[in-house]
Design a protein around this ligand. Structure first.
Ligand code: TYC
Length: 120
């Protein structure tokens, strides 16, 4: 007499709510929002002692401006008390500001500048 093999019922599906396997319910989808990196501006400050010519040369040298643009920026700083020399990533802005401070100190001028996040 042939023996009947036992009928084994299929295993129930494993419940994995976070997997979209075609059959299960997707509980949540999240849209990733990647923000662009924060930009930083190098702001130069006015003082009563640093020669205008020195400021113009520094702006040309460290911020890649031509003579006319550098002169305009220097005059704006002179009249308003401060002005933006350039906008960069955080590290580049910090390096530019350091370079200006080092060149000014070396030349014996009190010229100051800071890098700060650009308002969005
Ligand atoms: N005020 C300075 C002067 O009259 C010139 C100056 C301009 C200094 C800009 C600093 O960031 C500065 N000699």
């Amino acid at each position: 007499m042939a023996s009947k093999s036992p009928v084994i019922p299929p295993a129930p599906p494993v419940h994995q709510p976070d997997r979209d396997d075609g059959g299960s319910v997707v509980l949540e989808r999240r849209t990733q929002k990647v923000q662009p990196p924060q930009l930083y501006q190098v702001v130069m400050l006015n003082d009563d002692y640093t020669p205008m010519e020195f400021v113009v040369v520094v702006i040309q040298e460290f911020f890649g401006k031509d003579l006319e643009a550098a002169t305009q920026i220097m005059l704006k700083i002179h009249l308003d008390g401060k002005g933006v020399c350039g906008v960069y990533s955080r590290d580049v802005a910090a390096t530019r500001a350091d370079q200006v401070l080092e060149a000014a100190a070396k030349a014996g001028h009190p010229l100051k500048c800071v890098s700060e996040p650009v308002d969005t």
